[in-house]
Write a protein that binds this ligand. Structure first.
Ligand code: SAM
Length: 297
């Protein structure tokens, strides 16, 4: 990766800012990368090659886009900020394999865009330095839409990355860990100092790698109910699982039935939600689902 040419240096970034009189919009999470080593790390973690298609969310001035253009076959990048479009046309002028789409990723028809830009059956990976204010909605939307992508390698707020990759019995483990790990195998790969961004964010950052699973690791009768119940079990973290379930099923299942469900699922009600594995949550959800159905709910 040639450092002199790269967009991701403090010098080059300032040069572009001045040339266009560009001012950062905090409300759009605009913290641009100014460190080539960090980009090299992200590219390595993503595991892309010259046949890979890559999708980026928020190309900014093109720091990461440029490297994706060099190391992958085709890049499609969604940028919401219209002011950045002429800048990207300029900074990425010498790359013919980049398509920039001026759209909000949360509103875009991504499946259609993928069809139009990638070859049939092409391996596609999402690689991005995400706008922190909407990291979770973006990732959950892309996961729940079950897009035909292989993996996500994303720079996000450290605390959120830790929660997404957390294991049971840790402080970070919660309903977000279950939601993300239902679809993917999650790993925090690098912690990144604030100094690699311009302007520097207020929070620490990490690179999270999510490898999509072919099948969820557990079988659940009803996904919506499963995710909702998991959230209910983490409702009040200091309380026992039993108390959280009583609160969750308040108007629908009696305490006696909840005891029966716990017994049937072989889970001790005095445990805390944070100690349950995904398999145990699935047992609990499937058993509760049966009881609710029996009661005509
Ligand atoms: N990739 C660049 C880099 O690493 O230097 C910029 C990353 S910056 C953290 C996030 C980018 O996402 C900004 O360019 C911002 O304008 C863009 N963005 C924010 N919200 C967006 C949305 N809903 N859809 C698409 N892009 C968005």
């Amino acid at each position: 990766m040639s450092e002199q040419k790269a967009i991701a240096t403090p010098f080059k970034t300032k040069e572009i800012l001045n040339k266009y009189g560009f001012s950062f919009k905090k409300s759009l999470g605009q913290n641009f990368l100014i460190d080539v080593n960090t980009l090299r790390n992200i590219i390595e973690q993503a595991g892309i090659d010259e046949h890979t298609g890559t999708m980026e969310i928020g190309p900014g001035m093109g720091a990461l886009t440029e490297q994706l253009a060099i190391y992958s076959e085709k890049v499609v990048a969604f940028e919401i900020d219209q002011r950045l479009i002429p800048i990207l046309e300029d900074t990425l002028d010498s790359y013919t394999n980049v398509t920039i789409i001026n759209e909000d990723i949360l509103k875009a028809d991504i499946r259609k865009v993928m069809k139009e830009n990638f070859k049939e059956g092409q391996r596609v990976k999402v690689v991005a330095n995400l706008p922190y204010y909407i990291t979770t909605p973006i990732l959950m939307k892309l996961l729940m839409d079950r897009l035909p992508v292989d993996s996500f390698t994303v720079m996000i707020q450290k605390e959120v990355a830790d929660r997404m990759a957390a294991q049971p019995n840790t402080k970070s483990y919660g309903s977000l860990s279950i939601a993300v790990q239902y679809y993917t195998q999650a790993k925090v790969t690098i912690n990144v100092p604030k100094t690699v961004f311009m302007p520097q964010p207020n929070v620490d950052s990490s690179v999270l790698h999510l490898e999509l699973r072919e099948e969820p690791p557990v079988e659940v009768r009803n996904e919506e109910f499963f995710f909702d119940l998991v959230q209910g079990c983490f409702g009040q973290r200091r309380k026992t699982l039993r108390n959280n379930l009583i609160r969750y099923f308040k108007d629908t299942l009696s305490k006696e039935i909840i005891e029966e469900i716990l017994e049937k699922a072989e889970i001790d009600g005095t445990r805390r939600g944070e100690s349950l594995t995904m398999e145990e949550f699935a047992d609990l959800a499937n058993t509760s689902y049966e009881y609710r159905k029996e009661q005509g709910q």
